[in-house]
Design a protein. Structure first.
Lengths: 226, 226
DNA sequence: GGCCAAGTGGAGGGGGTCGTCCACTTACCG
DNA sequence: CGGTAAGTGGACGACCCCCTCCACTTGGCC
């Protein structure tokens, strides 16, 4: 296993105090802002006005800008927990003795987060090369994923022509579901994942496994005229 | 077959001249604006500034607003051709003696359009109830689709637990790919569609059919930290 | 050619977001 | 307790987008 890039004690960016030795009130406000950001981004999309986040946090805009000079910094900080969680899922998958099961569980978890915590997709998918050890983390993820896939394929659980890029493909597809209300998006994601995973298998059973329930999607506005 | 709602000779909205008996220059400008709209929407998303569309069309904003008072009117008008095309695909699918093949071809075509003409998803998916015979067209699409599916299932080409709502599910998923550059999005859509369609089948062959080539997706920004 | 309704462009008021600046407040240390 | 630097809020100028209004131009019919 490649050494994970240490993350939580995040490399100091060079300027500004590390956020855990801020003054007490400042740290409190920082937390509030992050929570507000998650809520606002979830409710109104990732380009909701900064002032809305500040208002929701009960804080002046200046405070917000002082802590998070750019929108993307706020975004990444707001979803740092989810990112860390994903890393744990990843670890778990790598440790699973059944690689296929591990992969499925990993995807299931990530997809759920993707669809539940709106705005997280922006952070997960459109990598911000600004992040310090972006390259390192990415290489790490890439290598780990490749290994997971190789193991699953060697175990005869993935079809020969499965490509590693099918993972981002799947993630991107799930992202498309996130525009729906969460009650719809979650079952939709599960069903999509199941469909796809059944297709990923090397030797599908004669009768395919059961599907999770269909989401309440109608063809809203499939206004095909003639 | 349900009578198609007549569309092209569009019911006059009540106010304003039908757009084919505008003055010659006005009609020319209208066309220019629509083309500009498609280009601008494709390049900068569906909420690019109206003024940008006007500028690109070499036309004043007033002209644009006179012809298309609201953004959604511009949007629907801009993609009217694509919408009509989809309706034709639909007809073709309904007429296909092999319902499974018809369904696949339909989806393949629609997905291609969805991924090629950016902004079209907004029109296709988020139905604008403003459209005059919105309800009628929608009911028509719904009934036709249901019939197509029923035929395919009766022919033993779709698994029992396939749900009609799996179609919007698929379309939504493809929409998620449209954020990628077209060169990537198109092969991605094809591959996704193939995967899904293989899963939709009632009796998948022991070794699944071949896949279209994998798109050049890397896990850009899958910056899973640890 | 000449008339005039249809068509046009661009200026500008209203509204909203961004990000900074500065006078004020407050936590923490001695 | 008092000093001081860290922290704060909200006003403000710059910018951008929306959409309307009106003085000007132009196509088409007689």
């Amino acid at each position: 296993m490649p050494a994970q890039p240490s993350h939580k004690p995040s490399g100091n960016t060079g300027q500004g105090p590390r956020h855990d030795d801020l003054r007490a009130d400042a740290r409190r406000n920082r937390e509030r802002v992050l929570e507000a950001a998650r809520e606002v981004f979830a409710a109104h999309g990732t380009d909701a006005p900064m002032s809305a986040v500040a208002r929701r946090a009960g804080v002046g805009v200046a405070t917000l800008y002082r802590r998070f000079p750019t929108r993307t910094e706020l975004l990444t900080a707001a979803f740092d927990d989810q990112l860390a969680e994903c890393a744990v899922f990843f670890e778990t998958a790598l440790a699973d003795p059944d690689p296929g099961h591990g992969l499925y569980t990993l995807l299931e978890k990530v997809c759920t987060t993707l669809v539940t915590d709106r705005g997280f997709d922006t952070v997960l998918m459109t990598g911000f090369p600004g992040a310090l050890d972006y390259d390192r983390e990415r290489a790490w993820a890439e290598e780990g994923l490749a290994r997971l896939i190789r193991r699953a394929r060697d175990a005869g659980q993935l079809r020969e022509d499965f490509a590693p890029s099918d993972i981002p493909l799947l993630l991107l597809a799930v992202t498309g579901l996130a525009s729906q209300p969460p009650d719809t998006a979650l079952p939709a994601a599960r069903r999509l994942l199941t469909y796809l995973f059944q297709s990923f298998q090397a030797h599908p059973p004669a009768t395919p496994g059961p599907l999770p329930p269909a989401p309440p999607l109608d063809l809203t506005g499939l206004n095909l005229p003639a």
